[in-house]
Design a binder for this molecule. Structure first.
Ligand SMILES: Cc1cc2nc3c(=O)[nH]c(=O)nc-3n(C[C@H](O)[C@H](O)[C@H](O)COP(=O)(O)OP(=O)(O)OC[C@H]3O[C@@H](n4cnc5c(N)ncnc54)[C@H](O)[C@@H]3O)c2cc1C
Length: 180
């Protein structure tokens, strides 16, 4: 059977691989000049691969976790909560864990019962409905948005599941050889 896959991001490539295993004759159509979509490793200006898109394997619980070992790629484990500095609007630098402490009792995600998402609403609709904007968006959610997509294109339900997911506390793995 002949099958056309639209888009050579990781979803399209994975679908093409599965279809090929199932003996389909697969063609992948990609609109850009490169494959990978939101996975975009840049090697032109530094001695190490620089990730312009996806960078981390978020814990050992995600489906991408076994892949580096399968392909013989080196990873390094670290905890962004403790290691990653963020610049606050007043210019000061804090670790993510420190930002979490400062927000406690105000909008720390672990201490607040977040309203449930309604049906298929987007994250943007959810934030507007609950009057969460600017500094009132908890850091972990800001990170989620910058990692994935515009809130208009993200599912509120999926974002809340991510925020409550305890496996995130395990830390992240970075693929030293490049995510692509
Ligand atoms: C800055 C950033 C950081 C991220 N960090 C992480 C991270 O640390 N860990 C993690 O797990 N995830 C991370 N993500 C999310 C991850 O990159 C995405 O979830 C994943 O790459 C999406 O893959 P996809 O194949 O679904 O979509 P995409 O990667 O968006 O691929 C879609 C492809 O389809 C093509 N396309 C679209 N329409 C057409 C058309 N009509 N015809 C032909 N081609 C078309 C596009 O050009 C694109 O190449 C990050 C994303 C960003 C942007």
């Amino acid at each position: 059977m002949k099958t056309l896959v639209i888009g050579a991001g990781i979803a399209g490539l994975a679908a093409a691989q599965d279809l090929q295993k199932a003996k389909h004759q697969v063609t992948v159509l990609e609109a850009q000049h490169r494959v990978g979509g939101r996975i975009h490793t840049e090697r032109s200006f530094a001695a190490v691969p620089i990730e312009l898109g996806a960078e981390f394997i978020h814990s050992s619980q995600v489906p991408t976790y076994p892949l580096p070992q399968q392909f013989g790629l080196r990873t390094i484990h670290f905890n962004q909560q403790e290691d990653t500095l963020v610049r606050l609007p007043d210019g000061s630098l804090r670790t993510i864990a420190e930002v979490g402490c400062e927000q406690r009792g105000y909008n720390n995600i672990r201490l607040v019962d977040w309203p449930e998402a309604k049906g298929e609403e987007s994250l943007a609709e959810y934030l507007n409905r609950n009057q969460l904007c600017g500094q009132r968006v908890p850091y972990k959610l800001q990170e989620y948005i910058s990692d994935f997509d515009h809130p208009r294109r993200l599912s509120a339900q999926a974002a809340l599941e991510f925020l409550y997911d305890k496996s995130a506390e395990e830390g992240d793995y970075r693929i030293l050889d490049g995510y692509d």
